[in-house]
Design a protein around this ligand. Structure first.
Ligand code: FE2
Length: 381
C-alpha cells in the first residue's frame, strides 16, 4: 500500500498499490468499523445497526499511519483504524462475476474419470481429529462426497459419524431410517430394483443438506452405490444447450410427498438453483417426488420437458458416475444439494441393510473453516 486518497465529496476513499486503486465507500467503511465501540471484542459481532450511523456520513480525512488506514468520519467526528490487509481481503471494487452457472471457487467438479476422492478415510483416524479430519471435511466441501471405512458394525453408529462434524436433522422419518432389502428374485416384492440417481427429500424446504448412509449388512450380489456430481451434470447441460439450462434454472418445479398419515410435504423450487448473480448453488432431482409442474408457461412446457429429459440422460450416463460397493462398516456422506446418489440393482439372493440419516452442511463447513483458520494462524505464528 503506497498511499490513500479521498474523493472530494468524501463519499469514498481509494487505497493505492502497485496494481492500482481500490475504492471503498464511506458508509461501507463506517458500517465495518472494527473498533471496540462498533464490534464486540469478545465475539466480533456488530454492536450497532445501520440506523445508528448518520445518513449523511462522509469521509473527512484518511491517511496511512503506522501500517494502518486511519479514517475520520463526519458528522460523528469519529476516527477508526483499519488493517489494510483486511480491507484488501474484503475489497469489492472489481468486475462482478456474472457467468450463469459458474461454481464456487472452492468446489471441484468431477465425473467417472476423477476417482481420487473416492478413497475411504479411516473412521478411527477421523475421530482423532487434527489434519486428517480437517482434510476429509475439506474434501467433502470441495467434492460434495466422502467415504469412511472402519465404522463399528452396530446400529446407530451413523450418529457417531455425524458427531464428527455436526448434528442430525430429524424429520418425519425419525432420527434415522433403515434401508433393508431382502433380495429374492422369485418374489418381485423383495427384488432389489435399481434406483435412478437422485437427491433426497426435494419436497422439503429447507432440504436436508447432507445425507449419511452406513452399511450394516451386505450379502447380496450387486447393489452397488453410485454417485453423480449434479453440478457437473448441470454444467454439461449448459455446455450442450444453454437454453435448456436456463429453462431448468428460471422456472420452479414442484416436489411433493404425502406417503404417510399426517404428512404432506411440498416445495416449489427449480431443478437447477442459481444465486441472484448466477452462481450454481443447488440441484434438486428426484423423479419419484416430482409433483405436477405448473410454473412453466404453456409455450415453454414442451422445451422444459426436453431439458429435464436431457439432464436425466446426462445423470444416467456412466461417464458421469462413480460406483462403489458399500461393505459392512463402510459409510458415505453426500452434499444433498449437489451430489446425487443411487443404488444399482441386485442379483442373486441375500440381504442388505443400511442405516441413513440427514444432517446439515453448515456445521460441517463451520468446523472445516475453523480448523483451517486455526492451522493458518499456527503456521503464521
Ligand atoms: Fe436416496
Amino acid at each position: 500500500m503506497t498511499r490513500v486518497t479521498c474523493d472530494p465529496t468524501g463519499q469514498f476513499l481509494a487505497l493505492h498499490s502497485s496494481t492500482g486503486p481500490t475504492r471503498f465507500h464511506a458508509i461501507w467503511l463506517r458500517d465495518n468499523a472494527p473498533d471496540a465501540a462498533s464490534r464486540s471484542p469478545v465475539n466480533g459481532q456488530r454492536l450497532h445497526c445501520l440506523q445508528d450511523i448518520p445518513t449523511d456520513t462522509f469521509i473527512k480525512g484518511a491517511r496511512l499511519a503506522a501500517g494502518k488506514v486511519s479514517v475520520t468520519f463526519s458528522p460523528e467526528e469519529k476516527t477508526v483504524e483499519y488493517d489494510p490487509a483486511w480491507l484488501m481481503k474484503n475489497a469489492y471494487d472489481r468486475p462482478s462475476a456474472t457467468d450463469r452457472g459458474r461454481t464456487g471457487d472452492d468446489l471441484k467438479l468431477w465425473d467417472a474419470s476423477h476417482t481420487g476422492h473416492v478413497k475411504a478415510a479411516d473412521y478411527a483416524t477421523l475421530r482423532a481429529g487434527g489434519d486428517a479430519l480437517a482434510g476429509w471435511l475439506d474434501q467433502l466441501v470441495r467434492f460434495g462426497f466422502g467415504r469412511i471405512s472402519g465404522v463399528p458394525v452396530v446400529e446407530g453408529a451413523l450418529f457417531d459419524i455425524v458427531a464428527l462434524f455436526g448434528f442430525v436433522r430429524e424429520t418425519n422419518y425419525g432420527r434415522h431410517f433403515d434401508v433393508r432389502t431382502e433380495v429374492n428374485p422369485t418374489n418381485l416384492a423383495f427384488t432389489g430394483l435399481g434406483l435412478q440417481a437422485h437427491t433426497d427429500n426435494p419436497y422439503r424446504d429447507p432440504v436436508p443438506t447432507l445425507q449419511v448412509l452406513h452399511c450394516l449388512e451386505s450379502s447380496a450380489a450387486g447393489g452397488e452405490n453410485m454417485v453423480v456430481d449434479g453440478f457437473a451434470a448441470a454444467t454439461r447441460l449448459r455446455a450442450e444447450n444453454e437454453y435448456w439450462f436456463d429453462l431448468l434454472a428460471d422456472h420452479c418445479a414442484r416436489f411433493e410427498y404425502s406417503g404417510e398419515a399426517g404428512v404432506h410435504l411440498t416445495a416449489r423450487q427449480p431443478i437447477i438453483g442459481l444465486a441472484p448473480d448466477g452462481e450454481l448453488i443447488s440441484v434438486r432431482f428426484n423423479n419419484r417426488s416430482l409433483a405436477a409442474v405448473t410454473d412453466v408457461p404453456f409455450d415453454l412446457m414442451g422445451d422444459w420437458y426436453a431439458a429435464y429429459r436431457r439432464l436425466g440422460e446426462i445423470i444416467d450416463d456412466p461417464a458421469m458416475q462413480i460406483a462403489f460397493r458399500l461393505e459392512p462398516g463402510e459409510a458415505f456422506v453426500v452434499d444433498n444439494t449437489r451430489v446425487l446418489h443411487a443404488r444399482r440393482g441386485y442379483s442373486g439372493t441375500g440381504t442388505r441393510w443400511l442405516q441413513g440419516c440427514y444432517a446439515d452442511k453448515d456445521g460441517l463447513r463451520s468446523l472445516r473453516d475453523a480448523m483451517l483458520m486455526a492451522k493458518k494462524t499456527e503456521a503464521d505464528a
